[in-house]
Design a protein around this ligand. Structure first.
Ligand code: PLP
Length: 469
C-alpha cells in the first residue's frame, strides 16, 4: 500500500504539457525547464521515500503547486550569481562587497570597450604593436611624478612580481614591525617565500632603527623593503625608519628601496582629517625606486596593482615572464584610465570619485538623508521602528584602521523579529541589502548607500513588515 507513494509522482513529459509551463518555454530554454522539473520531481521523490521509510502519511501536492515550485526553481537558477547589492554597512571599501564603487565615467569607458574592439595594444598613429599599459602610464607619471609605471592584477601580484623581477634568489630586508598580514591570505613572509627571495628580518616588533638595516646588509642583499602597516598601528614605545632615511642608505650601499604603500592615496587626505596615509607622490618624491599599491582602495578604481618606479626598474619588471601571467585586461585598463583622469581635475575630484565622495560626505547631508529615510520607512512599515542615530563609518579594505568617521544611521528594530533575523531578510531581498548589527538593532549607514537606493530599501522593509513572521 505505502509502496504506491512513488507511483503517484508525475512524469516529466506529463508536466511539460501543463499550460503554464508551456508558456514559460517562451522565455526560458527548454533544457532549463526540463532540468527544473527534474529537480522538483526528484525532491518529491525523496520526500515520498522518506515518508515511506518512516511509515508516515504523504500526499502528492496539487499540480498547481508543483508547477509553481518548478517556476520558482527556474527563476532562481536564471538569476545571476554575482549581482548588485546595497551596501548599508558604512564600510566604504568593503572587500566582501567588491571594494571601490566606480565613477560613471569609468563605467562608461569600461562598457564602451567591452561592447567592441579597442586599441589595446595598437598605436593609432603608426598602426604598430605597442604595450597595453601605455594607456595609463603617462597619467600615473603625471599624477605622481614617477618616471615609469605599470599595472597588474592586484597589489599582491605587484609585490610578487617586483620581488621576483628585482631580487630573485637574493635577500630582502624588512623591519619586524612591518611583516604584515592583509585579509584574504596575504602574509608578507609567505609572499616573499613564494617570490623566491630570502626574507631578512630586522629590529623588533615595536622599534627598528636605521642601524638594524645597515648591519643586516650583505653581498646577498638586493632590496630594502618598506611596507605601510595599512591595517594596524603600533602605538606607544615605537619607532620605525622613515622612507627617506632608507633611501639614503640604499643609495650609499647600491640597493633598491621598494615601498608598498598599500591603499595608494594619490592625494593628501590630511586636510580632510585622515592623517597617516602615505601618498604615492610623496614616496616617489622621497626617492623610492619602486612604489606599489592597490587600484581599488583609496584610488577608487577597478581591482589592480599599480607599480611606479624608475625607467630601469619598470623595464626589468615588464620583461619578467611573471608579468605576462598577472597582466590586466582591457576592462581594467579602461576603468583605470577613466578613474585616473578624474585626478587631473582637482576641483571636481571629490564629487566625481565615489570613494572620495563617500569618505568626505558632510554630516548635514547624511543627517538629512537619514531623516528622510527613517520617515519613509515609518510610513510603510508599521512593524518596524526606524530612528536616526549618531554612529561611525569606516574606510575598510585594510585602510585607516583606527579612523572612525562620524556618520548618521537609521537604526531599525522589528516588533517581532530579532535584529539577526531582520538583517537576514534584508540580505535575502532582491537586491540584497547588507546592514550593520549593533545591540539588537540593524543599522543602515547613509554614507555607503548610493543615490536612489533608499527607495529600494523602503520597499524591502515594506515587504518584510507585511510578511508573516
Ligand atoms: C591591501 C594591501 C595589499 C594587498 O593588496 P591587494 O590589491 O588586495 O592585493 C598589500 N599590501 C598592503 C600594505 C595593503 O594595504
Amino acid at each position: 500500500m505505502r509502496k504506491s507513494y512513488l507511483r503517484h509522482i508525475p512524469a516529466v513529459d506529463h508536466l511539460l504539457q501543463n499550460a503554464h509551463l508551456q508558456s514559460l518555454l517562451g522565455s526560458f530554454p527548454r533544457a532549463s525547464v526540463v532540468e527544473a522539473i527534474r529537480e522538483v520531481l526528484e525532491n518529491l521523490r525523496l520526500s515520498a521515500k522518506a515518508a515511506q521509510d518512516a511509515q508516515d502519511e504523504w500526499s502528492l501536492p496539487s499540480e498547481e503547486k508543483i508547477v509553481s515550485s518548478v517556476e520558482l526553481t527556474l527563476r532562481q537558477k536564471a538569476t545571476p550569481s554575482l549581482r548588485r547589492v546595497i551596501n548599508a554597512t558604512g564600510i566604504i571599501l568593503h572587500t566582501g562587497l567588491g571594494r571601490a564603487v566606480l565613477s560613471p565615467r569609468a563605467v562608461d569607458a569600461l562598457s564602451s570597450v567591452a561592447r567592441g574592439y579597442c586599441n589595446l595594444e595598437v598605436d593609432l598613429e603608426s598602426g604598430k604593436r605597442g604595450h597595453r599599459e601605455k594607456h595609463i602610464e603617462e597619467l600615473l607619471c603625471r599624477i605622481t611624478g614617477a618616471e615609469a609605471a605599470t599595472v597588474v592584477n592586484n597589489n599582491a601580484a605587484a609585490t610578487m612580481l617586483v620581488l621576483r623581477a628585482l631580487a630573485e634568489g637574493k635577500e630582502v630586508i624588512v623591519s619586524r614591525g612591518q611583516l604584515i598580514e592583509i585579509g584574504g591570505g596575504f602574509r608578507l613572509p609567505e609572499i616573499m617565500q613564494a617570490s623566491g627571495v630570502r626574507l631578512v628580518e630586522v629590529g623588533t616588533t615595536n622599534r627598528t632603527y636605521l642601524d638594524d638595516y645597515e648591519r643586516a646588509i650583505s653581498e646577498e642583499t638586493a632590496i630594502l623593503l618598506h611596507v605601510h602597516t595599512s591595517n594596524y598601528r603600533i602605538k606607544g614605545f615605537a619607532c620605525a625608519v622613515a622612507l627617506a632615511h632608507l633611501v639614503d642608505l640604499g643609495k650609499k650601499c647600491g640597493l633598491l628601496v621598494v615601498d608598498d604603500i598599500g591603499s595608494g592615496a594619490l592625494i593628501d587626505l590630511e586636510e580632510y582629517g585622515f592623517a597617516d596615509e602615505p601618498t604615492a607622490g610623496r614616496s616617489i618624491g622621497e626617492g623610492a625606486d619602486v612604489v606599489t599599491f592597490s587600484a581599488d582602495k583609496l584610488l577608487g578604481g577597478p581591482q589592480g596593482g599599480i607599480i611606479l618606479g624608475t625607467k630601469d626598474c619598470i623595464a626589468r619588471i615588464r620583461k619578467h615572464p611573471l608579468a605576462r601571467a598577472v597582466r590586466v585586461g582591457k576592462l581594467t585598463l579602461a576603468a583605470l584610465e577613466a578613474t585616473l583622469r578624474l585626478f587631473l581635475e582637482k576641483d571636481t575630484l571629490f564629487e566625481s570619485n565615489p570613494t572620495l565622495r563617500m569618505l568626505t560626505a558632510g554630516l548635514s547631508i547624511l543627517e538629512r538623508r537619514a531623516r528622510r529615510l527613517a520617515r519613509d520607512i515609518a510610513k510603510v512599515a508599521s512593524e518596524i521602528g526606524a530612528e536616526v542615530e549618531d554612529e561611525c563609518s569606516r574606510l575598510g579594505g585594510g585602510s585607516l584602521p583606527l579612523e572612525e568617521i562620524p556618520t548618521r544611521v537609521v537604526a531599525l528594530s522589528h516588533m517581532k523579529l530579532s535584529a539577526e533575523e531582520l538583517s537576514k531578510r534584508l540580505r535575502q531581498h532582491q537586491p540584497p541589502i547588507f546592514a550593520r548589527l549593533k545591540k539588537e538593532k540593524v543599522l543602515l549607514d547613509l554614507r555607503t548607500i548610493q543615490e536612489g537606493e533608499e527607495k529600494e530599501i523602503v520597499l524591502a522593509l515594506k515587504k518584510i513588515s507585511e510578511s508573516k513572521s
